[in-house]
Design a protein around this ligand. Structure first.
Ligand SMILES: C=C(CC[C@@H](C)[C@H]1CC[C@H]2C3=CC[C@H]4[C@H](C)[C@@H](O)CC[C@]4(C)[C@H]3CC[C@]12C)C(C)C
Ligand SMILES: C[S@@+](CC[C@H](N)C(=O)[O-])C[C@H]1O[C@@H](n2cnc3c(N)ncnc32)[C@H](O)[C@@H]1O
Length: 367
């Protein structure tokens, strides 16, 4: 072989490897981002590392200020600036777990878990439904396609609003799906303005569940249904077991949680606000397939992703700090997996509630 031909062959092979590594392997898990498009929400690239440090400082706050929850929405917003693109790239547009179903893809299992929420609140054409903590709108689009209900989502993170709106347009669902930026602890909606509501793995970010349930109760019409998939510790959790405590702390640190609640607090709080509790169930319990296997099976993929984000950072395609955030998520995946395997944690404690038909618009806990 001539030298020039050999050089060209080496170049072509290298180009093919880079293409495969970045565009094929680095493509979004389901449908969303490519690794080369990793930004960090609305943070400018030079501020990513500072924001990452700021995120961690929340967990190092002095004991005297630990009870002060006023800064939680800002801390959660910073978290989603840091992780939204990595989530979309490595997981898809639905930022939640679902029970695995034999012979079904993650994508289908995710859709089924979302449609279940829609069916529980009897979502149907013409109904005005609220999505509390909507992320980039994966569940919203699945539920809108399934039910043809009109859905309004709310998220604290401006960058997610832009992503969700772009996805809604692309899916041709923008006539029935909209997203607003706001705090679910004080929502920019009038009293009794929604026919139904759901929240999927989002209210765990509220420092006090009462505050978000009270707001949801306020904006729902009397008789309206509300379903939530809550992150909680299960009856198997033991506060005097060091490993259990470490797993739960690990989940809190890596997922911007001010403090995980126990399974038995949820219905008590819903009742306290004035909701009638119609059903409560841990959707992770058998016969449901394990929700954590999707995290566990990806060990090799994590290493590939780690190499990819490191290479993209070195080439200055991805901002400095992405590697740290990715490392944090990798560790979190370990804690979540242990939480699932030990059975001490579930991300799908389902509670179905109704605002009484006779309700005046004052939440019981306010009276
Ligand atoms: C409900 C919440 C988020 C739940 C999940 C969507 C995310 C929790 C942990 C995330 C991930 C962990 C490991 C990442 C991996 C290292 C990377 O290479 C690709 C993305 C991950 C798989 C990432 C994806 C999203 C999660 C599974 C919380 C915040 C309340
Ligand atoms: C894990 S994501 C789940 C998103 C979506 N439900 C899904 O399943 O894809 C949690 C969402 O809750 C939102 N959130 C957290 N705290 C919030 C707050 N105080 N006000 C509004 N949204 C909030 C986040 O911005 C994010 O969109």
């Amino acid at each position: 072989m001539e030298t020039t031909t050999a050089v060209w062959a080496v170049f072509a092979a290298a180009a093919a490897v880079i293409y495969w590594f970045v565009w094929v392997m680095g493509a979004a898990e389901v449908k969303g981002k490519r690794a080369v498009d990793l930004k960090m929400g609305s943070i400018t690239s030079d501020k990513v590392q500072d924001n990452y440090k700021q995120y961690w400082s929340f967990f190092r706050r002095p004991k005297e200020t630990a009870g002060d929850s006023t800064n939680v929405p800002a801390f959660v917003d910073t978290f989603y600036n840091l992780v939204t693109d990595i989530y979309e790239w490595g997981w898809g547009q639905s930022f939640h777990f679902s029970p695995s179903i034999p012979n079904l893809s993650h994508r289908d299992a995710t859709r089924i878990h979302e449609e279940r929420a829609a069916d529980l609140i009897n979502a149907r054409p013409g109904l005005k439904v609220l999505d509390v903590g909507c992320g980039v709108g994966g569940p919203m689009r699945a539920i809108a396609s399934h039910s043809r209900a009109n859905i309004t989502g709310i998220t604290i993170n401006e960058y997610q609003v832009a992503r969700a709106r772009a996805h809604n347009r692309k899916a041709g669902l923008d006539s029935i799906c909209d997203v607003v930026c706001g705090n679910f602890l004080s929502m920019p909606f009038s009293d009794a303005s929604f026919d139904a509501a759901y929240s999927i793995e989002a209210t765990c970010h509220a420092p006090k569940l009462q505050d978000v349930y009270r707001e949801i109760y306020r904006v729902l019409k009397p008789g309206a249904l509300y379903v939530s998939y809550e992150w909680v510790t299960t009856p198997l959790f033991r506060a005097d077991n060091e490993e259990h405590v470490e797993i739960i702390h690990g989940i809190e640190r890596g997922d911007a949680l001010p403090g995980l609640r126990s399974h038995d607090e949820i219905a008590v709080i819903a009742n306290e606000i004035g909701f009638e509790v119609l059903e409560e169930k841990d959707l992770a319990k058998p016969p449901a397939g394990p929700w954590w296997t999707r995290l566990k099976m990806g060990k090799i993929a994590y290493w590939r992703n780690h190499l990819l984000v490191s290479a993209l950072t070195m080439l200055r395609i991805a901002p400095k700090g992405v590697v740290d955030v990715h490392e944090m998520l990798y560790e979190t995946a370990g804690h979540l997996t242990r939480g699932g395997e030990t059975g001490i944690f579930t991300p799908m404690h389902m509670i179905l509630c109704r605002k009484p038909s006779t309700a005046t618009n004052v939440a019981a806990a306010d009276e």
